[in-house]
Design a protein around this ligand. Sequence first.
Ligand SMILES: NC(=O)c1ccc[n+]([C@@H]2O[C@H](COP(=O)([O-])OP(=O)(O)OC[C@H]3O[C@@H](n4cnc5c(N)ncnc54)[C@H](OP(=O)(O)O)[C@@H]3O)[C@@H](O)[C@H]2O)c1
Length: 339
Amino acid sequence: MKQYLLEPRDSAPSEIVLHEVDPRPLKAGEVSVRIEASSLNYRDLLMKSGLSASGGSDPVVPLSDGSGVIDEVTGDAGDWKVGDKVALTFFRDWQAGRFDMAYHGAARGGSCDGVLAESVVAPAHSLVKVPGYLSTREAATLPCAAVTAWHAMMERGHPVGPGDTVLCLGTGGVSIFALQMAKAAGAKVILTSGSDEKLARARSLGADETINYRTTPDWDREVHRLTEKRGVDAVIEVGGPGTLEKSMNSVAAGGFISLIGVLTGFAPPETSLFPLVKKNVDLQGIYVGSREMFLRMLSFFEQHQIRPVIDGTFSFEEASGAYARLEGAQHLGKIVIEH
Ligand SMILES: NC(=O)c1ccc[n+]([C@@H]2O[C@H](COP(=O)([O-])OP(=O)(O)OC[C@H]3O[C@@H](n4cnc5c(N)ncnc54)[C@H](OP(=O)(O)O)[C@@H]3O)[C@@H](O)[C@H]2O)c1
């Protein structure tokens, strides 16, 4: 079978290289999944450039997010059967409960093999069943970005609902999922982007208010104006050190900021964190989520018939084109590879 490896290069970004390998025989408690689709996350660019914390020096099968059909099971693989439509979890072993640092040892496409392959062998506990209304092409977009957005809004603090206003930064995978889920939950959404064209698209997807952060660099003031000086109840913070100050200015007293991303890098915050104290704001770190969170999110998706927004699809052979599309940041939502 064919699989890609992300191969480190001495003084350059890693490269994805296609190999022909023999499928590994199953061990007890494992299933084999014929991957039908995978999708990319910003993290996969960090992995390729060597900036991700979860990368090692050995080649690894890239990409955390994939979906497909079970084509082989072992006797002790629970209720799974050949033909089941499944998606893989981001953390192979975080099934439920509080996070444990040991889970970082098996983050797919980083510290363990990912899904950019024709077939993947996985422990039976690291899969979820895909609801019937979603295709594997759609389900492949969910394990990282969607679970992160769900965890950030629904699993900690108070779940977002009617009467709340959520601020989403940019139009990448996490932010567009956050927009869709917040709207389905009955909340208002303010969304920023550097592109007016993308803002128009976000409005058609339900965003109530939009701000161009390039033409309105003081977008926190605009958030204040739009919320009649109250601020938003939740910020889906994917920017990091370069946006945190404005996110802190944008959040309402008693609200929360879910700290997710590093689009502006890994440097320390550029500002005092005291506004969090003054406003009784919760700052919560979010790292994807557990299998149980994934399952709760899928029920919510099914209840609201949410469909992922797919920007474009590349063939397995054109996987490097999918990386280039993500790197160009012209996309809105998710980029998919069909295997
Ligand atoms: N902690 C976690 O578990 C977790 C999980 C998933 C992702 N992340 C992180 O979250 C971030 C987003 O990931 P993703 O996969 O959704 O990214 P993505 O799909 O690549 O989206 C990136 C988009 O963010 C917007 N953007 C870029 N710089 C921005 C800035 N300074 N301010 C506001 N928006 C900006 C741009 O949208 P516009 O063109 O519309 O401006 C860009 O297209 C990344 O840093 C990623 O590493 C963390």
